[in-house]
Design a protein around this ligand. Structure first.
Ligand SMILES: Cc1cc2nc3c(=O)[nH]c(=O)nc-3n(C[C@H](O)[C@H](O)[C@H](O)COP(=O)(O)OP(=O)(O)OC[C@H]3O[C@@H](n4cnc5c(N)ncnc54)[C@H](O)[C@@H]3O)c2cc1C
Length: 311
C-alpha cells in the first residue's frame, strides 16, 4: 500500500484501535514526538518492509507511525575527510547515484543494486534495512564489512554502536524504542580486497540463501572482514574464517573450510534452502572468490556477483 493511502487512514478507528500518522518536519521534532509517545510510535521510512504485511495483519498495524519521509536533513550522503556518512533516510538509489561511492566503497553500490527492483531501491533506506533486522538483508553485510557505526539519537542525546555489535539475537538489537537511526558512519580506508556475493533462486528479486561481504584493508584498524548473511539468526562476522585469512593459511579445497564455517555460523533449513546447502555454498564462494580471489588483490574491479543455485 502506498504511503499516501496510509495517510488517508489517519485517526481511523476499528473496534477501539486506531492508525495515526505523525508527520514531523525536522529531526528534532521527530525525536520529541517519539519521546512523547514513550517510544510507542513506529518510525516509518520507505515502508518497504513495514507495509509488506499490511493487508494481511491489519490489526497489528493499528498504532501510531512516525513518518520520517518529510525530514530533508536525514536524506543527504555526506563525505568527511575520514568517513562517508549516510543519513537516517538515505536510500539505496542515493548511494548508487553517488559516483564516489563506486570508486571508494564499491560494495555499497554493488549491494544496493541487488536490493529488490529499482522501485524498492528508490524508496528503501539503509537505516530501515538495519532496523528491520532480517538475517537475509543485503545492505547490512556490506556495511558491516566496512566497519560501519550506527548513530542513534533520542531527546536524551546521541549514542554510537558499531554495527557488528548492534544485533543481540533474531530481530533483537541495541536500539531503544525512543531512538532513531540518524546516521550510519563508514570509515574511509584504502581496500586491497572487496567482494559481495548473493546466492538466491533467481538473479533478481530474490531473498539471499547465502550472502557474503568480504573486505581487506592494510590500513590501521583494518584487516580481513568476512560477514555472512542468511546463515545465523543475525548477520554476523566470521572470526574463524577471518583468522585463516589473516594467517594466510593454505586452503586447498572448499571442504577444508567447513570446520571453520561450522564454528562461525548456524544455518537452518527453511523455505528458501537447507542448512547443508548453505554451508556448502558458503564454502565454495569463500574458496573460489576469496581464498583464491585474494591473489587478484587491489587490481580487481570485479567486486560483486549474484548467483543462482546453478552458478
Ligand atoms: C519487493 C521487495 C523486494 C525487496 N528486496 C530486498 C532485497 O533484495 N534485499 C534486502 O535486503 N531487502 C529487500 N527488501 C526489504 C526492504 O526493501 C529493505 O529492508 C529496506 O532497506 C527497508 O527500508 P525502508 O526504509 O523501506 O524501511 P521501513 O519499512 O520504513 O522500516 C523498516 C524498519 O526500520 C525501522 N526504521 C526505519 N527507519 C528508521 C530510522 N531512521 N530509525 C529507526 N528505525 C527506523 C521501522 O520502524 C521498521 O521497523 C525488499 C522489499 C520488498 C517489498
Amino acid at each position: 500500500m502506498p504511503l499516501h493511502r496510509l495517510r488517508r487512514d489517519r485517526g481511523r478507528h476499528r473496534g477501539g484501535a486506531a492508525v495515526s500518522v505523525l508527520l514531523p518536519g525536522s529531526r528534532r521534532e521527530a525525536l520529541e514526538l517519539l519521546a512523547r509517545s514513550n517510544g510507542a510510535a513506529m518510525p516509518i521510512a520507505g515502508g518497504t518492509d513495514l507495509l509488506v504485511h499490511w493487508p494481511q495483519r491489519q490489526e497489528e498495524h493499528d498504532r501510531a507511525y512516525l513518518d520520517l519521509s518529510g525530514i530533508a536533513e536525514l536524506r543527504p550522503v555526506e563525505w568527511t575527510p575520514d568517513a562517508l556518512v549516510l543519513g537516517g533516510l538515505t536510500t539505496y538509489w542515493d548511494v548508487i547515484r553517488d559516483a564516489r561511492v563506486g570508486r571508494e566503497l564499491p560494495l555499497l553500490a554493488v549491494a544496493a543494486r541487488q536490493v529488490g527492483s529499482i522501485q524498492i531501491q528508490t524508496r528503501g533506506t539503509w537505516a530501515g534495512n538495519i532496523v528491520n533486522g532480517s538475517p537475509a538483508a543485503d545492505g547490512v553485510p556490506v556495511l558491516m564489512a566496512y566497519d560501519a557505526v550506527v548513530v542513534l539519537e533520542s531527546v536524551a542525546g546521541r549514542e554510537e554502536v558499531p554495527l557488528e555489535r548492534f544485533y543481540e539475537g533474531y530481530k533483537q538489537m541495541r536500539r531503544r524504542p525512543d531512538q532513531l537511526v540518524v546516521a550510519i558512519r563508514i570509515p574511509r580506508r584504502p581496500y586491497t580486497f572487496q567482494r559481495f556475493v548473493k546466492i538466491g533462486s533467481r538473479r533478481a528479486q530474490a531473498i539471499a540463501k547465502v550472502g557474503l561481504a568480504v573486505t581487506h584493508s592494510a590500513a590501521g584498524g583494518g584487516g580481513w572482514r568476512v560477514v555472512a548473511a542468511s546463515v545465523a539468526p543475525t548477520i554476523r562476522r566470521c572470526p574463524s574464517i577471518e583468522r585463516l585469512l589473516e594467517e594466510q593459511a593454505a586452503v586447498h579445497s572448499p571442504e577444508e573450510l567447513l570446520p571453520a564455517i561450522a564454528r562461525d555460523v548456524t544455518p537452518i533449513d527453511d523455505i528458501r534452502s537447507t542448512a547443508e546447502y548453505r554451508k556448502l555454498a558458503m564454502a565454495r564462494v569463500l574458496f573460489y572468490d576469496v581464498f583464491r580471489g585474494r591473489e587478484q588483490g587491489a587490481g580487481s574491479t570485479d567486486h560483486g556477483r549474484r548467483m543462482t543455485d546453478n552458478g
